[in-house]
Structure formats: structure tokens, C-alpha cells
Design a protein around this ligand. Structure first.
Ligand SMILES: *[C@@H]1O[C@H](CO)[C@@H](O)[C@H](O)[C@H]1NC(C)=O
Ligand SMILES: *[C@@H]1O[C@H](CO)[C@@H](O)[C@H](O)[C@H]1NC(C)=O
Ligand SMILES: *[C@@H]1O[C@H](CO)[C@@H](O)[C@H](O)[C@H]1NC(C)=O
Ligand SMILES: *[C@@H]1O[C@H](CO)[C@@H](O)[C@H](O)[C@H]1NC(C)=O
Ligand SMILES: *[C@@H]1O[C@H](CO)[C@@H](O)[C@H](O)[C@H]1NC(C)=O
Ligand SMILES: [Zn+2]
Length: 671
């Protein structure tokens, strides 16, 4: 009884305790978006598009031990939820939404309260009573409060807003995501790909020429650094969530598929317009940024289920949880990730997913040649390699690196030598979506995934190659849309999902650097301020004994003329593992900056950049790569509705801006 009366006293100061607990739970959290013992998902500060489908999850926690131990570890099973609209009375949720009161669920979980508890292996035990209301919607714009009553007088309140929907302005939306792309990367890409005379660029990036520029804040719901799953969820649903989550709020149950879902822009577009949708990525196609268009799970690594959801839907995956909306099989799916399709590999139930897609009416292509040759009328699946697609720099400048990968999408152990780039995939996707749209318009997401993947590897040359390929793709898409007469009806948005702490701070004389024998002397090769010099990437190289004309030359326009100049740009990272730096392009394929040492922690890869100097790591030694960073990321837009993308706003606002441009909000009551 002592613990419950202590709890009752605390609960009357629920807001105070919320602040205190929020400050306590940092490294580990009991449940990210639920600092109190009573949880409502969607939580406080959620905005909805009118008519957007969502689930509600309620949880009441009773920690058995640890600093919050309460009620003898027995959760209140008689908790109630009411919903208040504007200033009206608070109506029981089941009555408000005209649904049955859901069944009570019970489970328990454990977590460490902090790093000391982890060192001492002291897990805190928590018992949970819970309920879930499935597939609800709010159609009337206005302010709502969801109030959870539990443990006697304890209350958790979620303030929700249903935004006033906009009228359709654009027929089509082409949404580009440069994964991990930041303004310093764009600036560096411009430096190496566009010629400057006396400080003035003679040509510009396509991104430099868009109609609107904004900045978006990328924070997670429960941490200030995000991952791509969580941030894609924000961009596509207008809801903040937790790292690794795809279109759900993360609840405390073990099941990775029972978490409360929210409807994505792709599902909404299908449900409201019936128009075709496309997903294009240079990553494996089950990766987070494409996955969040159509899939729902708290765990982005459920790759087989993600692809199962592309083909079918959440209801087919988990029939016990009603979810009456879906992407209905995206009309275009282009990317890597053959391991989720090849029978007997990482595919759902080990079955042949190429065949499964064919049985649902898809044509399937496996190479750039087939992609170009195939007709535009059918739904099309294009899977061009196992894992991520090859990088622009390897495909275009160092094609030898495509060999000995054994990554053919057919799974026959040969090399995927005939891979398309982002531009090939995006232009073909436009043609297919256009052919299938029948006046309804279309929605496509096209992702330059390996800007992020190469920044993780601290391979900034390859990352900038990917960024320049994205810019080239945006340029070519604009030209193509103009040619087919759709440019004036298409909103084009280009943004990122998070950053990496990358910037250029000078130049480096790579020849001098390599010739020195001590690390301190090698660092004299780095030139800052006046000594940074001019871009060596935009001028023709000397024909050297190593035949650089062939290896590194003859790209452009809008790409470097050479990739391995003597005077290179010198760049660094906000965070990195131990590594060695020589400022040269890695000719053998993507960098691998760190390898595991004898203590299991990562240290500088002894086989990489052997002529460079050592750079001490700033990350925990269990990190072998760079990590995401805090900075706001840019948003570029062009076309109808683009003016809404000016200014500074939250990542979730991008969903509302796109949904409003497509007129997807619906104030008609659906039940
Ligand atoms: C947690 O739940 C399991 C059953 O799922 C049960 O066996 C176990 O006793 C529970 N633990 C606690 C601490 O209540
Ligand atoms: C909670 O109790 C369990 C045993 O039931 C114990 O293993 C664990 O260390 C305890 N945790 C704390 C934080 O006291
Ligand atoms: C989900 O997929 C199943 C199987 O393909 C199909 O029968 C059902 O109509 C789909 N439901 C929705 C909401 O798309
Ligand atoms: C996948 O395999 C499991 C276990 O064999 C089976 O219960 C389930 O029905 C299968 N699902 C599909 C969609 O084939
Ligand atoms: C560079 O090497 C290629 C073969 O790798 C050869 O065909 C070409 O003639 C060489 N060019 C020069 C300028 O040496
Ligand atoms: Zn990343």
C-alpha cells in the first residue's frame, strides 16, 4: 500500500513528474514516447491529416522494481480513455469512434535504467496492461484531447490537432530523398563538378535552381538524432516516431507488428485517388526509406515482411489487426535487394518472390538493358543486384570494381554488371506511372540512398558522386516532364532525411602527403584558408603513367572531369571511428575505415590509406562507421505548391505540405 499511496501523491503532480522523468531517461528509456506510467499513442503533440487512418495504443505500466516501482508491480486494468473535441465534453473513446471496446492485453518487459544498471546487469521489470483501437480516423479539423485515466487519479493527456486540409494543386508528386544529404555536401559537390572562374561558378547544380528552399528539423520523437526509418515515417505520415520504426509508434510489447500504425502518403494517395505510385532506390528495396512508403513495423530489419507488405498489405501480414488501407502493390518498384526475392534466401517464408510478384501481374526486369526495353503499361518490378546497387563512381569511372561481387539479382553467383543508375530508374518510372495514371496523377519517391551509405563509410568521394547523380537525375526528370507535357502539373520536392557531420575545410597536396614519413609532417600537406587553392576536379588531368585519363577522366558535364587530382579537397567529419586519411579517392571500391581489433572494438583499418595519417576516433569503439548528425537538412521544391516549402519547419510538415498539394485530406465522415 505504501507504494500506491506514494504514487497517488506523485500523480497529482503529473506534469512535474513528466519533466523530471524525461530528464532522467536518456541513454535508455522505459518507453521512448511515454515518460509517464500511462501511455497514449499517438502521443501528445500529434497532428493528423483529416481522414488519415491511425491506431490508438494505450498502455499502463507497473514497474516491479527500479526507481519507478509502483502498485506492487500490478498494472491498473481498469484504465479508461475519453476524447474531447474542441471545448466539448470528454466522450468514451469507443463511443466517440463508434467502435467496440477493445480486449485487454497483458505483457511484461525489462530494460536497463542507465549504464550503471547495465554494468551491474540489473534489469528493471515492468508489467503492462494495454489495449489497441485499430484503423480510426478524425475527419473534422480542430483541436482534440485524448485523456487516459489510470491508477486512480493519474492522467495522461495527448493534445491532437486535425489540420485544415488543402485543395489539390498538383496532379503528380515526384519526391526525391538524398539520404543523409546536407548543405555542406551539396556545396562540396558543386566545388568538384562545376567550374569556377575567379570565385564565380560558370554552371550550377540543378538544386541551386529550384523555386523554393527550406530547412527541416529531423529530430525523433524520443531522441534528437534520427535514423532513416524514423525520419521517413515523419516525411510520409506527418508523425514523429522512434529509431527503426516504419509507420508505427513503438509500443512495449515484443511483437514487431502489433504496434499502432499510421497511414502513409502512398497509402493515402492510393485510397483517395486510385492513382499509381512508384518507389525507386539505389539501396536494397526493403531498406528504410522505400519501406516506409508502404510497410508497418517497429523493426526496419524485418526485410522479408517489408517486401511481403509491398506485394500484399499489413492486413494480409497480420490479419488479426484490422488495417483497411494499403499501397495495393506499387506500380513501380526499382532498386537492389534481390535477397528478399530469390527463393531460399532472405525472402518471406523462403519463397520465390519474383514469381509471387509475377502472379500479381508484375513484369520483372533484372538489368539496365531489360529496364530500357520493357513496355510502360504493366506494373514493373526491377531488382538489379543483391544488396545495395553499385555506386555512381564505380559504375561510371571504375567499372572494374563491379567484378567479383557475385551479386547478380538472379542469385546465380555471377556479377551484376549491367545495373541502372538513379537516373535510368527514375526516368523509366516516370514513363510507367504516366502510362498507368489515366488522368489520376501519380506519386513517386526516388531515393539516392548511398549518399548516406558512403558517408557512413567515410567515403566522401563516392557519397558526392551519388549526390551529383541525384542532381543529374533531378535535372533530367525536369527535362523529361517538360517533354511529356507534365512539368506544370508536377510538384518536385528534393530533401534529405537526416545529416552526417561532413564538411570541407581546405585542400590537400596528396603527392606531398604521401611522400612524408611521419603523421605530423603529412599533415603539413593540408592547406587551409589561402593555401586551400582551387578545385583540381574541374580541370583536365595530366596524362600520367597511371593513365588517369582513362581511370578518372572524361565525365562531365555536371560531374568532375577527374576524381583523383593531386590537389584534392580536405574534408572531415563531426564523428568518426579511428581511421587513416590520405584524401585520395579509394580506387578499390568503397572505403572501410575501421576494422575490429583484438579487444573487439573498432580501430583504424590497417589496410586502408596506408600512406595517410592517423585520425583519432570520437565515437564509442563499437562503432566502425560514421553516424548521423543533428543538423537541419535542406528542402528544395519546384512546381505547383512549391511555395509552401519555403522557410524553416519540422520534418512532419513535409507530409502535410505534400498531402495538401495532392488534396488528400478528407473531411467527410467515413463511418
Ligand atoms: C512476464 O510474463 C511471463 C509470461 O509471458 C511470465 O511467465 C512472467 O512471470 C512475467 N514476469 C513477471 C515479472 O511478471
Ligand atoms: C528486479 O528484480 C529482478 C529479479 O526479479 C532482478 O534480477 C533485477 O536485478 C531487479 N532490478 C532492479 C533494478 O533492482
Ligand atoms: C490485402 O491483401 C490481400 C491479399 O493480397 C487482399 O485480398 C486484400 O484485399 C488486401 N487488402 C487491402 C486493404 O488492400
Ligand atoms: C509462412 O510460413 C508459415 C509457417 O510455415 C505459415 O504459417 C504461413 O501461412 C506462411 N505464410 C505465407 C504467406 O505463405
Ligand atoms: C590507357 O589505358 C587504356 C587501356 O587500359 C589504353 O587503351 C589507352 O590507350 C591508354 N591511354 C593512354 C593515354 O595511355
Ligand atoms: Zn544512415
Amino acid at each position: 500500500m505504501a507504494s500506491s499511496s506514494k504514487f497517488a501523491a506523485l500523480s497529482s503532480f503529473v506534469f512535474l513528474s513528466l519533466l523530471l522523468k524525461g530528464a532522467n531517461a536518456q541513454t535508455y528509456q522505459r518507453l521512448g514516447a511515454c515518460p509517464t506510467l500511462g501511455c497514449i499513442f499517438p502521443p501528445d503533440q500529434t497532428d493528423f491529416l483529416a481522414g488519415q487512418l491511425f491506431d490508438i495504443r494505450l498502455e499502463v505500466h507497473a514497474p516491479v522494481n527500479g526507481s519507478e516501482a509502483s502498485n506492487g508491480g500490478v498494472p491498473d486494468e481498469k484504465f479508461t480513455l475519453c476524447i474531447q473535441k474542441n471545448r466539448g465534453s470528454c466522450v468514451d473513446a469507443a463511443k466517440f469512434f463508434e467502435v467496440q471496446d477493445p480486449a485487454l492485453e497483458k505483457w511484461n518487459f525489462t530494460y536497463y535504467e542507465d549504464l550503471f544498471a547495465e554494468d551491474a546487469n540489473q534489469l528493471t521489470h515492468v508489467n503492462v496492461a494495454a489495449k489497441a483501437y485499430r484503423a480510426l480516423s478524425l475527419t473534422e479539423p480542430g483541436k482534440y484531447q485524448a485523456k487516459l485515466s489510470y491508477n486512480g487519479q493519474a492522467r495522461t493527456v495527448a493534445n491532437w490537432v486535425v489540420r485544415e486540409p488543402g485543395k489539390r494543386k498538383a496532379k503528380n508528386v515526384l519526391f526525391f530523398i538524398g539520404d543523409g544529404m546536407t548543405q555542406p555536401m551539396i556545396t562540396a559537390a558543386r566545388l568538384i563538378a562545376h567550374k569556377s572562374i575567379n570565385g564565380k561558378y560558370q554552371t550550377l547544380m540543378q538544386l541551386d535552381q529550384m523555386e523554393a528552399l527550406g530547412l527541416q528539423m529531423t529530430h525523433s520523437i524520443d531522441s534528437f538524432i534520427t535514423d532513416s526509418a524514423n525520419s521517413a515515417t515523419a516525411l510520409y505520415t506527418g508523425k514523429k516516431s522512434t529509431v527503426n520504426a516504419l509507420n508505427v509508434y513503438v509500443d512495449s510489447s515484443k511483437d514487431a507488428f502489433d504496434d499502432p500504425k499510421v497511414e502513409s502518403i502512398a497509402e493515402l494517395f492510393r485510397r483517395k485517388t486510385g492513382g499509381p505510385i512508384g518507389m525507386v532506390s539505389t539501396a536494397y528495396i526493403a531498406d528504410a526509406t522505400p519501406a516506409a512508403l508502404c510497410s508497418h513495423t517497429r523493426d526496419r530489419d524485418q526485410r522479408a515482411s517489408v517486401v511481403f507488405e509491398y506485394l500484399h498489405n499489413a492486413s494480409a501480414l497480420t490479419p488479426q489487426y484490422d488495417w483497411p488501407t494499403s499501397c495495393k502493390g506499387p506500380d513501380v518498384i526499382f532498386g537492389g535487394g534481390a535477397e528478399q526475392f530469390i527463393p531460399g534466401s532472405g525472402s518471406y517464408n523462403g519463397s520465390d518472390f519474383y514469381k509471387a510478384f509475377q502472379q500479381e501481374g508484375y513484369q520483372v526486369v533484372y538489368s539496365n538493358t531489360e529496364l530500357k526495353a520493357v513496355g510502360n503499361s504493366k506494373k514493373t518490378l526491377g531488382i538489379f543486384s543483391i544488396d545495395n546497387l553499385a555506386k555512381w563512381l564505380d559504375r561510371n569511372v571504375m567499372p572494374e570494381n563491379l567484378k567479383n561481387q557475385k551479386n547478380s539479382p538472379l542469385g546465380d553467383g555471377t556479377d551484376a554488371l549491367d545495373q541502372p543508375g538513379l537516373k535510368d530508374m527514375t526516368l523509366k518510372a516516370i514513363d510507367i506511372l504516366q502510362a498507368r495514371s489515366r488522368g489520376k496523377g501519380w506519386f513517386m519517391m526516388s531515393e539516392a540512398a548511398s549518399i548516406d551509405k558512403m558517408m557512413h563509410a567515410l567515403d566522401y568521394d563516392r557519397a558526392l558522386g551519388e549526390l551529383l547523380e541525384l542532381d543529374d537525375t533531378v535535372r533530367a526528370s525536369i527535362a523529361h516532364l517538360e517533354k511529356i507535357g507534365e512539368l506544370d502539373d508536377t510538384l518536385i520536392v528534393v530533401t534529405a532525411d537526416h545529416g552526417h557531420g561532413f564538411d570541407v575545410f581546405g585542400g590537400a597536396d596528396t603527392k606531398y602527403l604521401a611522400a612524408q614519413t611521419t603523421d605530423r609532417k603529412k599533415r603539413e600537406a593540408v592547406g587551409v584558408y589561402k593555401k586551400s587553392g582551387l578545385s583540381g576536379y574541374t580541370v583536365s588531368p595530366d596524362v600520367s603513367p597511371t593513365n588517369q585519363t582513362i581511370l578518372f577522366g572524361a565525365q562531365g558535364p555536371n560531374f568532375p572531369v577527374q576524381w583523383n587530382p593531386r590537389y584534392a579537397y580536405a574534408a572531415g567529419f563531426g564523428a568518426n571511428p579511428d581511421r587513416r586519411e590520405n584524401y585520395k579517392v579509394n580506387t578499390a571500391g568503397p572505403r572501410r575505415p575501421a576494422t575490429q581489433g583484438s579487444d573487439g572494438g573498432f580501430e583504424a583499418n590497417p589496410a586502408q590509406n596506408t600512406d595517410g595519417f592517423a585520425v583519432s576516433g570520437t565515437l564509442p569503439i563499437d562503432q566502425g562507421q560514421g553516424v548521423h548528425s543533428l543538423q537541419d537538412v535542406p528542402v528544395y521544391a519546384k512546381g505547383p505548391g512549391s511555395e509552401a516549402f519555403r522557410g524553416v519547419y519540422n520534418s512532419v510538415d513535409i507530409f502535410f505540405k505534400i498531402a495538401d498539394t495532392l488534396g488528400l485530406g478528407d473531411t467527410r465522415k467515413s463511418h
